[in-house]
Design a protein. Structure first.
Length: 104
């Protein structure tokens, strides 16, 4: 099945942080992510492990199934976030310019 925007945002955070607590994910997204994390866990896309630095909380890490689905064997093989962000920003600017030209 397709993933919601909230699920994709959460997966991105888990992938690029290579393990994040729910509070870190909530802080980055600005909303409660409990339901989204539970759904991703049930689908087998994230794993919930005990945080080695604090046994009272959990970390959410990308599962092997998620990495294999994405065609990578480790998180280090993911595209660099800075390069990816620059590409997205460039494409967005180009679309704005095209839209302005069409409106004129």
């Amino acid at each position: 099945k397709e993933l919601s925007k909230a699920s994709l945002e959460t997966l991105s955070i888990v992938l690029y942080k290579n393990g994040a607590s729910r509070s870190q994910i909530d802080y980055i997204r600005g909303v409660n992510s409990s339901f989204t994390l539970r759904v991703l866990s049930i689908r087998g896309l994230v794993e919930k492990i005990t945080d080695p630095s604090d046994s009272r909380r959990f970390l959410y890490k990308p599962s092997f199934d998620l990495l294999s689905y994405m065609g990578v064997s480790s998180v280090e093989e993911l595209p660099d976030w800075g390069d990816l962000n620059n590409s997205i920003q460039s494409a967005a600017l180009e679309l704005k310019e095209i839209s302005k030209e069409e409106n004129n």
